[in-house]
Write a protein that binds this ligand. Structure first.
Ligand code: PRX
Length: 648
C-alpha cells in the first residue's frame, strides 16, 4: 500500500499546511480520493461553529470496514493485521492476518444480525484487550451499529449510566479479563450494571478467563456458540462474505464517553468518513509509517487512543499492530522491552505516565533486551516532562529514534499538534507544530488572540487558552442525545472557536507546548477525570457533608487526586472512614478515580456567595502553603488555617 498523502520533508509539510489552509476543500478531497467509496460525496465541507454543524464529505457512501479490511485482502491478505501478545508471556501469541480479520469480522457482524442488531443501534462493548474486542468493534461498524466501548476499569454504576444515556440494547463482554496478576470479572460487573435496566435485550459473552459466570436465559448468549453458527452462514465453499452496510459519510460510527467539567460524562460522537480519513492521515504522517513496519500502541481500546491508533488508523493504512493484553510492570518492569524485542517493533507509542513508572525501576529491566528494531517513539495523553523525555530518548530510543509528542483529545479523533517523526523538528516537552488542516490559536479569557511577546529569557512566547478556528475531518460532531451540551462545552466559551480546555504556550516559530487543563478536569495517569464527578461520588458516601477535589503534581501519575472532605459524626477510626470513601468512589466511578489523598476538614473555604475557592485548595494540595493570596474575602478565613494544619 502506498500513501500519496504522506509528507516526507519539512518543505512538503509547509506546502501541505499552506494548501490545507488556503484551499481546505481541495486539499481534503485529494486525500479522500485514496479511500474506498461506494459513492462519491456531494460536498467536501459544510460548517459553522455556532450551532455547531460540521459535515465532511456529505452524501458520500462507504463502509469503514471495507477500507480497514476488504481493500487490503488482495495484496495484504496473508499479512498480519494484529500480533496479539497475551497478558502472560507464557501464553500463546496469536497472529491475526487481514484474511482472518475479514472472516472474524464478517462472522461477528452476522452474529449481531442474528441477535437483532440493526444499523444505528447502540452496542456497548466491555472487554479486555483481546482480538475479539477488535472483531466486536469492527463487526458493529460493518453492520452500521454504533459501538460504545467502555474501559474495563469502570464500575457497574458508570456502565449503567452510559447504557442509559446511549439507550444501548446490546452488550458484548467477556467472562473476565487478565490484567497483570489480576483477573477482572467483567461479566459480573455487567450483571450488576443491568440490575433495573430495561433496555438491554442481549449480552454476548466471550470466554477468556473461565471465571464462573451466571448466564441469564433469554438474555445472555455465548460468543463461541454464536460464532460457530454464524460461520455456516457467512462461509460458502471457502469464500467468506458479509455484505457491509452502506453508510453515509456523516452517519455516527461510535460514541465514546469522556469526562468534562460537569458531573456527568459526555458521549462524544464521531462519524464514518471524517474520522476514518483523519485517523489514517495522522497515523501515516505522524509516525511516518512505512509498509511492513510493526506498530505498537500500548493504549487500551477502551480509550480514544486505542480506537484511533490500534483499530481504525493502522488498519485503514494496512499496517501491522501489536495488541497487548497486559500491563507494563507484570510479571516485571521489562515487559514492554520484551515485546519490542520479541516482535521486532518499529514504532512504540505510549504514555508519559508509563515512561515515568518504568523509569522508577532503573535500567536493569532494559538489560539484555534488543531494542534495535525501534525507529520511532511516541507519547500521548499528558504533557511529558523533560526528564522522562530524555530517559525515553537515551535508554529506549538510544538517541536514534525521533520522539513524537502527540497532542489530541477524545473530541479531536486523532492527533492535532505533533512533530512528524524525523520530518519536522522534535523539541523536548513541546508538541510542536499543528498538522495540516489544523488551525490553532491562543486566546486570553476574553477570547482575544494572544501573540508571542518577549519572555524572561528573551524568547518570544505567547501563553493562553488553546482554541482551533477551523474544522478538521476528525472533529466531534455532537454529544450523544444532547447537541446543546456539545455547543456549551466546546463552542460557547469563545465565538466561532473550538475550545480545547487546555492551556498552552506558543513560540515565534509557531510551536506549541501544552501546559495542561485550564478547566476542572484532571489528567491522572493519562486518564481524564472530572473533579465534579469525583466529588459527586464522594458525596454519595453516607456521612459526607460536602467535598472538594483538586489535582496536585504527582511524580508518576502526572496529577494525583486530592480530596478535602467535610464529614459528619464518624463511625470508627479515621483511617477506616477514608477507606470507606475510596470504596465508594470505586463503586460509583471505578478504581481509576480513587483519590490519592483524603483530608478531613472542618469546612471548605468559600466566598460570601457560597462558591468554593478552589484556587486556595489547589495551592494547599500543591504544598504552596505560605503563598495563598488574598483570603480576606472568605466567609470564614479561619477554616484555611485548619486545612493548612491538617495537610497530608
Ligand atoms: O490535556 C490534554 C491531554 O489529554 C487531554 C485529552 O484527554 P483524552 O480525551 O482522554 O485523550 C487522551 C489521548 C489523546 C488533553 O485535553 N493531552 C493529550 N495529549 C497530550 C496532552 N497534554 C500534553 N501533551 C500531549 N501530548
Amino acid at each position: 500500500m502506498s500513501y500519496p498523502f504522506q509528507v516526507r520533508s519539512m518543505e512538503q509539510y509547509e506546502k501541505a499546511y499552506k494548501a490545507s489552509v488556503d484551499e481546505p476543500e481541495a486539499f481534503w478531497a485529494s486525500v479522500a480520493e485514496n479511500f474506498k467509496w461506494r459513492k462519491k460525496w456531494n460536498k467536501v465541507l459544510e460548517w459553522n461553529f455556532t450551532e455547531p454543524k460540521i459535515e465532511w464529505f456529505k452524501g458520500g457512501k462507504l463502509n469503514i470496514t471495507e477500507n480497514c479490511i476488504d481493500r487490503h485482502l488482495e495484496t495484504l491478505g496473508d499479512k498480519p493485521a494484529f500480533i496479539w501478545e497475551p497478558n502472560s508471556p507464557d501464553d500463546r501469541v496469536r497472529v491475526v492476518t487481514y484474511n482472518r480479520l475479514h472472516k472474524r469480522v464478517c462472522q461477528f457482524a452476522q452474529v449481531l444480525k442474528n441477535n437483532g442488531v440493526k444499523k444505528g443501534d447502540r452496542v456497548c462493548i466491555y472487554m479486555g484487550m483481546i482480538p475479539e474486542l477488535a472483531y466486536a468493534v469492527l463487526g458493529c461498524a460493518r453492520i452500521g451499529a454504533i459501538h460504545s466501548v467502555i474501559f474495563g476499569g469502570f464500575s457497574a454504576q458508570s456502565i449503567a449510566d452510559r447504557l442509559d444515556d446511549a439507550k444501548a440494547e446490546y452488550i458484548v463482554t467477556c467472562d473476565g479479563a487478565f490484567r497483570g496478576g489480576k483477573d477482572i470479572p467483567l461479566k459480573s460487573v455487567i450483571d450488576d450494571a443491568l440490575i433495573g435496566n430495561k433496555t438491554v435485550k442481549r449480552v454476548i459473552v466471550y470466554t477468556r478467563t473461565r471465571t464462573p459466570v451466571s448466564m441469564i436465559k433469554g438474555r445472555d448468549v455465548w460468543w463461541e456458540d454464536e460464532m460457530e453458527y454464524a460461520e455456516t452462514q457467512v462461509e460458502k465453499d471457502g469464500i467468506v462474505s458479509f455484505s457491509a452496510e452502506e453508510m453515509d459519510a456523516e452517519d455516527p460510527l461510535f460514541i465514546l464517553y469522556t469526562s468534562g467539567s460537569t458531573g456527568k460524562p459526555k458521549g462524544v460522537v464521531h462519524t464514518c468518513a471524517g474520522y476514518m480519513i483523519w485517523t489514517t492521515y495522522t497515523f501515516v504522517n505522524v509516525f511516518q509509517y512505512k509498509p511492513g513496519d510493526i506498530h505498537f500502541c500500548t493504549a487500551d481500546i477502551g480509550w480514544i487512543t486505542g480506537h484511533s491508533y490500534i483499530v481504525y488508523g493502522p488498519l485503514s493504512a494496512g499496517a501491522t499492530s501489536v495488541m497487548f493484553e497486559g500491563i507494563p510492570t507484570w510479571p516485571d518492569a521489562g515487559r514492554f522491552w520484551d515485546i519490542v524485542d520479541k516482535h521486532k517493533v518499529d514504532i512504540l507509542y505510549t504514555a508519559p505516565t508509563a515512561i515515568r513508572s518504568l523509569m522508577g525501576f532503573g535500567l536493569e529491566p532494559l538489560k539484555g533486551k534488543d531494542l534495535s528494531s525501534l525507529k520511532i517513539l511516541g507519547t500521548v495523553g499528558e504533557p511529558i516532562n523533560e526528564e522522562a523525555w530524555h530517559w525515553y530518548d537515551e535508554n529506549v530510543g538510544k538517541k536514534k529514534c525521533p520522539i513524537v509528542d502527540t497532542w489530541w483529545q477524545t473530541e479531536t479523533g486523532g492527533t492535532l499538534i505533533s512533530n512528524l517523526a524525523g520530518v519536522t523538528p522534535a523539541i523536548p516537552s513541546w508538541a510542536s507544530l499543528p498538522l495540516p488542516g489544523v488551525q490553532p490559536l491562543l486566546v486570553d479569557e476574553n477570547g482575544k488572540e494572544v501573540l508571542p511577546t518577549p519572555s524572561e529569557n528573551g524568547k518570544l512566547i505567547a501563553s493562553g487558552n488553546l482554541c482551533i478556528k477551523f474544522p478538521w475531518p476528525g472533529i466531534l460532531r455532537t454529544t450523544w442525545g444532547d447537541h446543546e451540551r456539545c455547543r456549551q462545552n466546546y463552542f460557547a466559551a469563545y465565538p466561532n472557536l473550538y475550545f480545547t480546555g487546555d492551556g498552552a504556550l506558543k513560540d515565534e516559530k509557531g510551536n506549541y507546548r501544552i501546559t495542561g487543563r485550564v478547566d476542572d478536569v484532571l489528567n491522572v495517569s493519562g486518564h481524564r477525570i472530572g473533579t465534579a464527578e469525583v466529588e459527586n461520588a464522594i458525596n454519595m458516601h453516607a456521612g459526607v457533608v460536602e467535598s472538594a477535589v483538586v489535582g496536585y503534581p504527582h511524580d508518576i501519575k502526572g496529577q494525583g487526586i486530592y480530596a478535602y472532605v467535610v464529614f459528619g459524626p464518624k463511625h470508627g477510626d479515621e483511617d477506616l472512614t477514608r477507606k470507606d470513601i475510596l470504596q465508594t468512589v470505586s463503586r460509583v466511578i471505578g478504581p481509576i478515580a480513587k483519590p490519592d489523598k483524603v483530608q478531613f476538614v472542618p469546612g471548605l473555604p468559600k466566598t460570601r456567595s457560597g462558591k468554593i475557592m478552589r484556587r486556595i485548595l489547589r495551592k494547599i494540595a500543591e504544598g504552596e502553603i505560605s503563598n495563598l493570596g488574598d483570603t480576606t474575602t472568605l466567609l470564614d478565613p479561619a477554616v484555611v488555617e485548619e486545612i493548612k494544619k491538617g495537610k497530608i
